[in-house]
Design a protein around this ligand. Structure first.
Ligand SMILES: Cc1cc2nc3c(=O)[nH]c(=O)nc-3n(C[C@H](O)[C@H](O)[C@H](O)COP(=O)(O)OP(=O)(O)OC[C@H]3O[C@@H](n4cnc5c(N)ncnc54)[C@H](O)[C@@H]3O)c2cc1C
Length: 633
């Protein structure tokens, strides 16, 4: 009998040692070693992680519960005050036009407590849950994405989040009351040479001779809030450590007071949208930072940064939800009132299809977010990396789809600026601004491409733990054979189960129509699990290079999560008294849309021209097809 139980693969080895890095360049190997060392590892897999293994754990997401009554009452009051403030004092078009958020707005937000929404009350914050924070992000972003970005960068990735996760009690007492009261903070990770691959950052932090401090030197690019921040979270390389006799890059994260001598804003960056994001290039020249300002320990900086991004990752999709709902509101009004060819345009099937897509995706995104937020609120230590990454990936891409569909529904008026519409006496729906602001969300805080890779890295982790050593040509033969024997035992049990229609029950009491949809997710997850396994067998260690193929599996996984979440969310809506047929109509429609997409993705895995496309792209990049570009300036 294998010592690896089929249920929960044991962490017998550090996961980083199961990946075969023998065929990688030095640069790739170094980046991967640092990134792998910074990975969070868990043994209690999440709902989605189980889905990728074809296992059904509905209890991890169902039932959807409410935040407790005391918080709900407080949150409702806060949201009502915030909505009043936004309507009265925050002009999103003026902010977009000027690129400035007026000081009075910042003061007003600080007075409301909006800079410390999740910061515990004992440190001066409002102490709200993730669910309430998501409602706040949604509300603000539905009105002004610049104001949302300002507050979210401050508390999702700026000083509060890493300190709440990794800070010492002393650091929390020193910094959290300041940031909760409105001192602006920012997160400085990106550099000109390192974007998606922060492991190779060049900014250094060198210990002073007395060991009491570090001297920070380097330049950080695109630091949002950076031109106005009082406190910064900065990641830098500290002296390397010897691991297995070789120097291993160390990254450390510091809280830096922005007024320390040597900190300079050398450029304010301007973008297509998010024009008041106060984003800049920050230069650090011999900036003295006390050792006491290290967050999470020396050499653990990438882990701090990546975990912060994981935890903070739910705020952007919450904003995407605000955008998607606003798109729905505008599309509904316009599709019902704009008459062309004798009827409202919403009666033309081509336009109706767009309205339907916006509605279905907004509904599903809310379901995914609520489901994930409730897991966080139940257990701060629960592993939600896959769920959060899917909310960000799926939510930002679907919000972009919603805005794009809305642009088409609005026709020429969608493309016209608010000022121009207003000057002509028309309703100034801000579709043009919404589109400019939405575009970047699939790029920052984890681009869609990197999130798909991240999702698949985590999806493959149980397999790597079971079979990785056997496939790793860097490991001794004896170890590989022993590992192969264990893996054979596991797969002899696991693989046949992926063909059997067992273990796909819906929670007791779920509405029969929802339960039917819910059970189908279990069946599709087994198909996904065996498809992933087939690709592992087919491509072996080369699978990681098949990014397009892996991307299809990641997308199937995200749609399955969305399908399951809509059932759980809908069940809660029914229990809360929402009209049954209306809720079920949306669930049915989203299920139809997502199932179609899942089928297309499965078909794309079976038959595709990925390799041909990849080869052609290499020729294009090498300049072999510049003839296609003839005729342009
Ligand atoms: C408005 C704005 C605000 C920002 N705010 C901050 C901030 O506050 N703090 C901060 O530290 N950073 C910030 N950033 C940086 C942002 O997080 C980066 O833009 C992002 O990490 C991507 O890096 P990059 O732009 O250098 O793209 P690159 O890493 O150069 O990537 C270019 C393209 O290649 C893809 N790609 C890269 N590597 C791979 C791979 N291995 N496989 C497949 N595809 C790949 C990417 O997905 C992308 O499509 C901000 C950026 C913007 C535009």
């Amino acid at each position: 009998m294998s010592s690896v139980t089929p249920e929960a693969p044991q962490k017998t080895e550090e996961t980083r040692s199961v990946i075969d890095m023998s065929k990688m360049s030095e640069g790739q190997r170094a980046a991967l070693q640092v990134t792998e060392a910074a990975r969070e590892t868990v043994d209690d897999l999440s709902f989605v992680a189980h889905l990728f293994m074809g296992r059904w754990r509905p209890g991890k997401i169902a039932p959807l519960t409410d935040v407790d009554a005391e918080e709900k009452a407080r949150a409702d009051g806060f949201l009502a005050d915030l909505a009043t403030f936004l309507r009265a004092h925050v002009d999103p078009d003026a902010i977009d036009r000027s690129g400035e958020i007026p000081a009075a707005v910042l003061d007003g937000l600080a007075k409301l407590g909006a800079y410390g929404i999740k910061v515990p009350q004992k440190y001066g914050g409002l102490g709200f849950s993730q669910t309430t924070y998501g409602r706040v992000c949604q509300l603000i972003a539905s009105h002004c994405t610049n104001t949302f970005a300002h507050l979210s960068i401050h508390q999702s990735v700026g000083v509060p989040q890493p300190l709440m996760l990794f800070g010492t009690e002393e650091q929390k007492r020193k910094f959290l009351p300041r940031v909760a009261a409105g001192e602006i903070s920012a997160f400085a990770l990106t550099e000109a040479g390192v974007g998606s691959d922060p492991a190779r950052m060049q900014t250094t932090a060198t210990p002073t001779e007395d060991g009491e401090a570090f001297l920070l030197n380097g330049e950080k690019l695109w630091c949002s809030n950076g031109t106005r921040a009082g406190l910064l979270i900065v990641a830098a390389q500290t002296p390397p450590k010897l691991v297995d006799g070789k120097p291993r890059t160390q990254i450390t994260t510091f809280v830096v007071e922005a007024n320390t001598p040597g900190v300079a804003v050398v450029h304010r960056s301007q973008f297509m949208g998010h024009r008041a994001i106060y984003n800049g290039v920050l230069r650090f020249t011999d900036v003295r930072v006390p050792r006491a300002n290290i967050v999470g320990g020396e050499g653990r900086g990438l882990k701090v940064a990546l975990t912060t991004l994981n935890a903070g990752r739910l705020s952007i999709p919450a904003a995407s939800l605000g955008t998607a709902k606003r798109a729905l509101q505008i599309a509904r009004e316009w599709a019902g009132t704009r008459i062309q060819w004798g009827v409202p345009i919403g009666r033309h099937a081509a336009v109706a299809e767009k309205v339907r897509r916006i509605a279905a995706h907004a509904f599903a995104l809310e379901a995914m977010l609520l489901t994930t937020s409730r897991i966080v609120d139940r257990d701060k230590k629960a592993d939600i990396r896959l769920e959060a990454a899917m909310c960000k990936l799926w939510g930002t891409e679907k919000a972009w789809l919603c805005v794009d569909e809305l642009m088409q529904v609005r026709g020429g008026r969608g493309y016209e600026t608010v000022e121009s519409l207003r000057a002509r006496g028309e309703n100034p729906y801000p579709v043009e601004r919404m589109m400019r602001d939405a575009r970047v969300t699939t790029i920052f805080e984890g681009s869609s491409e990197i999130l798909r890779l991240f999702i698949m890295r985590e999806a493959l982790d149980p397999h790597l733990r079971i079979a990785g050593i056997a496939l790793n040509t860097e490991r001794p033969w004896g170890e590989r054979l022993a590992s192969a024997a264990k893996a054979a035992g596991f797969y002899a049990w696991w693989y046949p189960r992926q063909w059997l229609p067992i273990g796909g029950a819906a929670p007791a009491g779920m509405h029969p129509r929802l339960a039917r949809h819910f059970r189908r997710v279990a069946g599709l997850s087994r198909r996904m699990a065996r498809t992933l396994f087939h690709q592992m067998v087919k491509f072996g260690p080369q699978l990681e290079k098949r990014q397009v193929l892996l991307g299809r599996i990641a997308d199937i996984g995200a749609d399955l999560f969305a399908l399951a979440a809509t059932c759980v969310h809908a069940q809660k809506l029914l229990e809360d008294g929402e009209a049954e047929e209306k809720v079920l109509a949306l669930v049915d429609d989203f299920q139809a849309l997502a199932t179609l997409r899942i089928r297309q993705n499965f078909a794309g895995i079976a038959h595709n021209a990925d390799q041909h496309g990849y080869d052609l792209a290499q020729q294009v990049v090498a300049g072999e097809h510049t003839w296609v570009e003839r005729g342009i300036l």
